[in-house]
Design a protein around this ligand. Structure first.
Ligand SMILES: Cc1cc2nc3c(=O)[nH]c(=O)nc-3n(C[C@H](O)[C@H](O)[C@H](O)COP(=O)(O)O)c2cc1C
Ligand SMILES: CCCCCCC(=O)C(=O)O
Length: 364
């Protein structure tokens, strides 16, 4: 691309040019036929916005509060693995960019900088994403370290009892990237030369027997708020509330786990209705425009998280690239709010969007 990127999608091509094929495929790819990967984006296209006019939008305030933390806009950095494969400073650059735009970064368990390194990189609110492993002592230690380093919430990923089948990674024989926080605790030395080493390693580590009872175990070892990431149905949303979690992230893991899982925005309302306002609901998957953020908020999300575009920004331009990606989304959200007659986040309501389901009663 010869010109400067003007939107988040432009960063994808810059990342493709900057990265070795194995890494670009790892970041951009999804599971199997990548149906859900396409759907995460297409489902946003099917929602239209119902703008209201003659509202004073001379000032637009995007700021909001998540779990008591004030941030500049309802757009967070999602947990994604191995940022050093994209840029030599890895998660330190991402953390500084998130702090600069005054938002929350969720640090992935699979980070290539340690929990401690990221915590001391800059002063900001951060959450820590966790998997529960067969070696429960390792998960517990990571929680303790995150707590000690001032992370403000644990995001428990629940859609990964084993890794999804990412066929590009299988073909490329994807490496298992080093997890810095595990240094000295357990080795990631995968001997097999068959398929994705990441998949082999992940399946050795992950506790596929995890169930709702284990939320109690996590609760017993931390005082931090616990959010579960990977809920896609009203049944599980209801169980999550009963289990006493502090929030839900509607997510299909960026379409990297179960292909033909629904697009996240298509099930957001189902989850929001089940939760009945008792705990916050956030969403990730396919958010590429400020209008996507607006649509998710109108359907009841408190905030959205951004996965791949952050990595594309990092690969293309390091810390500045991540900052630009986040600022582009914020600027677009501000424009969407102004042009829809919403001067603040609380002014965005269900009546500001029309979905496929809204047309159903008239078709019956
Ligand atoms: C390269 C990559 C690595 C990821 N690593 C993790 C991870 O370590 N933990 C996790 O809970 N989710 C992980 N995810 C899922 C993201 O947190 C998020 O759900 C997803 O990327 C959102 O979709 P989007 O990429 O379309 O924005 C990863 C996603 C990608 C693309
Ligand atoms: C032991 C878990 C490895 C997970 C790999 C990172 C991840 O979640 C991804 O989507 O990639």
């Amino acid at each position: 691309m010869s010109s400067e990127p003007v939107n988040v999608n432009d960063f994808k091509e810059l990342a493709r040019l900057a990265l070795p094929k194995m890494y670009y495929d790892f970041y951009s790819g999804g599971a199997e036929d990548e149906h859900t990967l396409r759907e995460n984006i297409q489902a946003f296209y099917r929602i239209t916005i119902r703008p209201r006019v003659l509202v004073d939008v001379s000032k637009v305030d995007m700021s909001t509060t998540i779990l008591g933390h004030h941030i500049s806009a309802p757009i967070l950095v999602a947990p994604t693995a191995a940022h050093k494969l994209a840029f030599h400073e890895g998660e330190l650059a991402t953390a500084r960019a998130a702090a600069a735009v005054k938002t929350i970064m969720v640090l992935s368990y699979s980070s290539t900088c340690s929990i401690e390194e990221v915590a001391s990189s800059c002063n900001s609110v951060r959450f820590f994403q966790l998997y529960i492993f067969k070696r429960r002592d390792i998960s517990a230690l990571l929680v303790q370290r995150a707590e000690r380093c001032g992370y403000k919430a644990i995001i428990l990923t629940v859609d990964t009892p084993r890794l999804g089948r990412r066929e590009a990674d299988i073909k490329n024989k994807m490496i298992a990237p080093p997890v810095k926080s595990l240094e000295g605790l357990i080795s990631i030395d995968v001997k097999s030369d068959q398929g994705s080493k990441l998949e082999t390693y992940a399946n050795e580590m992950l506790d596929a027997s995890l169930s709702w009872e284990d939320i109690g175990w996590l609760r017993s070892i931390t005082t931090l708020p616990i959010l579960i990431k990977g809920v896609l149905t009203h049944e599980d949303a209801t169980k999550a509330v009963e289990a006493g979690v502090d929030g839900i992230i509607v997510s299909n893991h960026g379409a990297r786990q179960l292909d033909f899982a629904p697009a996240t925005v298509s099930v957001l309302e189902e989850v929001v209705h089940a939760v009945k306002g008792k705990i916050p609901v956030l969403l990730d998957g396919g958010v590429r425009r400020g209008t996507d953020v607006f649509k998710a908020l109108a359907l009841g999300a408190q905030a959205v998280l951004i996965g791949r575009p952050v990595i594309y920004g990092l690969a293309a331009k390091g810390e500045e690239g991540v900052r630009t990606v986040m600022e582009m989304l914020k600027n677009e959200l501000e424009t969407s709010m102004a042009l829809s007659g919403c001067p603040s986040i609380k002014d965005i309501t269900r009546s500001h969007v029309r979905t496929h389901y809204d047309n159903l009663p008239s078709m019956l």
